[in-house]
Design a protein around this ligand. Structure first.
Ligand code: NAD
Ligand code: IPM
Ligand code: MN
Length: 352
């Protein structure tokens, strides 16, 4: 029996609605497998937890998560209770950093039965590989002076090691796909890091002669995501560029409620973390209509991570059967709730 210890962090808002849904799905998938078991430990860390404890997570939180085979997170953030820079920096970003989850993998493709906002979308199937530890999200910067003279400074940090690492990761994934990597750059603007980014991209690409490459300025690339998403295979992007691109990727998939993500620890020292692209969706919380597909697709990425790709593919097929049957939440134009979609997926699994 392959037993996997999963630390569950539903977090805030709809995270608490979609994580239990995906847990049920993972349990059902494990039964289907026969030799697989998920042992979930739930942790209540969230903005509500902050109100009681004055911190997002206890001091020993990372020690407790360290033993898990993976972390399964919903979403963090409730600006009514705690400012985002306190809640996110104290939990999501902290885990990504401390657990050296330096790569963020975010697929985007259109599932059957889902209407994209694009007028005539061609079949697209792309993968954004986002640098997840440095770049524009560096801790170098601060605020100086006060009042009218106040200045806020943010220094982007691009290390050769981190830049090469994310690029090699993208090339290795492209080798298993359509063999094309697009680099998201901005070396035409006065952004000192970007000519460096381009140089590293060129030098890494020389080690992968079988992979085709191109480089696109991020502004044009963002537009191409809308006009011609089908032209992309793997896109490698810095932290902030990748963040914005993946919300566009989510939008053209029909809703951010569908988009999955994996924060990967590549050196094996710490668990990786699986969380959808979306946030806590405060505008729909408590209504029972949060789309669980992003979290469930994220569970599929976790299965892949554990070497259960076949099972992962089966799960994605079932997700697609459900979308094709029109069992959709309101963000996708449907009339069904979180539970209806989850039950339809469970039914699909139990039929296999
Ligand atoms: P958001 O993703 O929470 O919401 C944007 C829009 O998408 C909203 O209209 C929302 O209703 C909709 N949406 C999101 N998830 C959905 C789902 N599963 N089903 C249906 N509709 C869904 O982004 P935001 O409004 O910018 O952020 C809200 C809070 O979440 C903030 O505190 C933000 O910092 C935080 N956030 C957290 C994460 C994370 O933990 N990974 C990611 C993004 C935002
Ligand atoms: C994401 C989110 C986070 C990010 C925020 C909430 C810190 O937008 O996971 O895409 O910017 O990485
Ligand atoms: Mn984001």
């Amino acid at each position: 029996m392959k037993k996997l210890k999963i630390a569950s962090l539903p977090g805030d808002g709809v995270g608490k609605e979609v994580v239990p849904a995906a847990q049920q799905v993972l349990k059902a998938v494990a039964r289907l497998h026969g030799g697989l078991q998920f042992d979930f430990t739930d942790y209540p860390w969230s903005c509500e937890y902050f109100l009681e404890h004055d911190q997002m997570m206890p001091d020993d939180a990372l020690d407790r998560l360290q033993d898990a085979d993976a972390v399964f997170l919903g979403a963090v953030g409730n600006q009514k209770l705690v400012p985002d820079h306190i809640s996110l920096w104290g939990m999501l970003i902290k885990i990504r950093r401390e657990f050296e989850q330096v790569i963020n993998v975010r697929p985007a493709k259109l599932l059957k039965g889902i209407t994209s906002p694009l007028a005539s979308p061609k079949d697209f199937d792309l993968l954004v590989v986002r640098e997840n530890s440095e770049g524009e999200y560096s801790e170098v910067g601060g605020r100086i002076f006060r009042g009218e003279d106040e200045v806020a400074i943010q220094n982007a940090v691009f290390s050769r090691r981190g830049t090469e690492r994310v690029m090699r990761y993208a090339f290795d994934l492209a080798a298993k796909r359509q063999k094309h990597v697009t680099s998201a750059t901005k070396s035409n603007g006065i952004v000192h890091s970007m000519p460096f980014w381009d140089e590293v991209f060129q030098s890494v690409s020389r080690d992968y002669p079988a992979i085709n490459t191109d480089s696109q300025h991020i502004d044009a690339l963002a537009a191409f995501f809308v006009t011609q998403p089908q032209r992309f295979d793997v896109i490698v992007a810095s932290n902030l560029f990748g963040d914005v691109l993946t919300d566009i990727g989510a939008a053209i998939m029909g809703s951010i409620g569908v988009a999955p993500a994996a924060n990967i620890n590549v050196n094996g020292k710490y668990p990786s973390m699986f969380e959808p692209v979306h946030g806590s969706a405060p505008d729909i919380v408590g209504k029972g209509i949060a789309n669980p597909l992003g979290q469930i697709w994220t569970a599929k990425l976790m299965l892949d991570h554990f070497g259960e790709e076949e099972l992962g593919e089966k799960l994605l097929d079932i997700i697609e059967d459900v979308t094709a049957a029109g069992i959709l939440t309101p963000d996708l134009g449907g009339k069904y709730g979180t539970d209806d979609v989850t039950k339809a997926i469970l039914k699909g699994i139990n039929k296999l």
